[in-house]
Design a protein around this ligand. Sequence first.
Ligand SMILES: Nc1ncnc2c1ncn2[C@@H]1O[C@H](COP(=O)(O)OP(=O)(O)OP(=O)(O)O)[C@@H](O)[C@H]1O
Ligand SMILES: [Mg+2]
Length: 225
Amino acid sequence: MELSVKNLEYYYVDGDHNRYIFKDLNVTFKSGIFYTIVGESGSGKTTLLSLLGALDRPKGGDVLLDGKSIYEDMDEYRKTSLGFVFQNYNLIPYLNAVENIELALDIAKSKRSRKDILALLKTVGIDESKTKRVITRLSGGEVQRIALARAISANPPLILADEPTGNLDEDTSDRIVELFIKLAHRFDKCIIVVTHNKHIAKVSDIIYEVDTKNKNLREISKENL
Ligand SMILES: Nc1ncnc2c1ncn2[C@@H]1O[C@H](COP(=O)(O)OP(=O)(O)OP(=O)(O)O)[C@@H](O)[C@H]1O
Ligand SMILES: [Mg+2]
């Protein structure tokens, strides 16, 4: 799988002028690789993930999944190719962890046994006792991990995650990062994670930084982090 960004352009309309976030952005993301995207607050990381996740359309250019525009059938792309972990989680507050995942699987027209779902939740560190509580009665870090379990539950080839470890202690965060590495290297997923955490960026395969001056991404080495 290959996700190719071609001459992408994006701006927000601010009063009577357009404020550019990206101009002529070209980059390719491939399976088997764990990417991180870093950059200062407000630089455009969430904007980029929304475009890669077909939650929004670019003002110019295109994003191709194996040669086909993801904006042709945005719903289908989101359902079948993509797992998304939002910066604000977007779980259904009055459902529990298992129900949230079952709902996502339903939408993706995918199915997994309850046993499978519990095993998946265990992988992200959510014990069975917590899986029956509605989301509003869990901690921020627990909700974050459930959002991640939901994103990977339908086994999509591409996973986009916006600050997925922002609320986690170091040990839990390390476990999640190991999961990303495993998903990329062992299960051949394409993982794109936005993070402020240098340790996470350092263990990823390729690091991009949002270059606000040139409205672009630039690859940076671990030494320059
Ligand atoms: N809907 C919108 N309308 C206008 N401006 C917006 C909108 N959404 C975001 N912006 C602006 O675009 C810029 C990029 O926002 P974005 O959310 O992509 O930043 P970010 O890199 O994810 O920041 P953070 O690290 O704080 O999450 C910011 O200056 C933000 O204020
Ligand atoms: Mg953001």
